[in-house]
Design a protein around this ligand. Structure first.
Ligand code: HEM
Ligand code: HEM
Length: 172
């Protein structure tokens, strides 16, 4: 639960920072500063996401309520799997792209020498993937949020409470 909310908050902030980058003019010292902050927080977030995934693999969540129709269970597990694909793919694509650029990464001020060659074509592929995944991630989060609200306000089946500390509703 703690990791879910930590990652959720950090991902929202990281997406906001990514969008903000589009507003910072290219070739300015300000852009270098903000982009390296985004790269640094993105790497930390990537590690946090791997920890969350490791926790998830070793800790099975309780079964979903039987009142949930089959299509909803399938939709939930597909959405969660795709969320993980984006959550792993985004930092990885950003990291690989940045290592194929002469700018490399300054990790909170520490320069990390790029391990790839400076190649615009490779950079564009992974940077493009980073952008496409960001839109997919936003769509999946919107769906995830709508589903959480449906469980809380319409179904009232205690699924949202599973991700909140405190008393659980009895599950059917
Ligand atoms: C979960 C982690 C991350 C998320 C959610 C994220 C999200 C975003 C978003 C939403 C954008 C704006 C895309 C656009 O509309 O143009 C962006 C841009 C960017 N991100 Fe990330 N990012 C993450 C991690 C990283 C990492 C680890 C790096 C590199 C080490 C990175 C490097 C970049 C760069 C260089 C851009 C600017 C691309 C450009 O303007 O051409 N990101 N990111
Ligand atoms: C950036 C935002 C978010 C991300 C990336 C995210 C990601 C995830 C992922 C990957 C899971 C699957 C857990 C698993 O079984 O492995 C999950 C579960 C869950 N999330 Fe989120 N989440 C976000 C925001 C939210 C918000 C805003 C809410 C509530 C309004 C929420 C409510 C839940 C609930 C209730 C579950 C558990 C479902 C169950 O018990 O099976 N999440 N989330």
């Amino acid at each position: 639960m703690a990791l879910h909310w930590l990652v959720a908050l950090a991902v929202a902030g990281q997406i906001g920072l990514g969008w903000f980058l589009d507003e910072v003019p290219r070739g300015t010292p300000d852009r270098t500063l903000w982009i390296n902050l985004h790269k640094s927080t993105g790497i930390v977030l990537g590690i946090l996401i791997l920890l969350r995934l490791a926790w998830r693999i070793t800790h099975k969540p309780p079964p979903l309520p039987l009142t949930m129709p089959r299509w909803e269970r399938l939709a939930a597990s597909t959405n969660h799997a795709l969320l993980y694909v984006c959550l792993i793919g985004m930092p990885l694509a950003g990291y690989i792209a940045s290592n194929h650029s002469r700018f490399g990464i300054r990790f909170f001020g520490i320069p990390l020498a790029p391990w790839g060659r400076d190649d615009r074509a490779i950079y564009s592929v992974f940077n493009g993937l980073h952008e496409v995944l960001s839109w997919l991630l936003v769509a999946l989060i919107a769906l995830h949020l709508a589903a959480a609200l449906k469980h809380a306000l319409i179904d009232r089946d205690g699924v949202l409470q599973r991700m909140l500390p405190g008393k659980r509703l009895p599950q059917i």
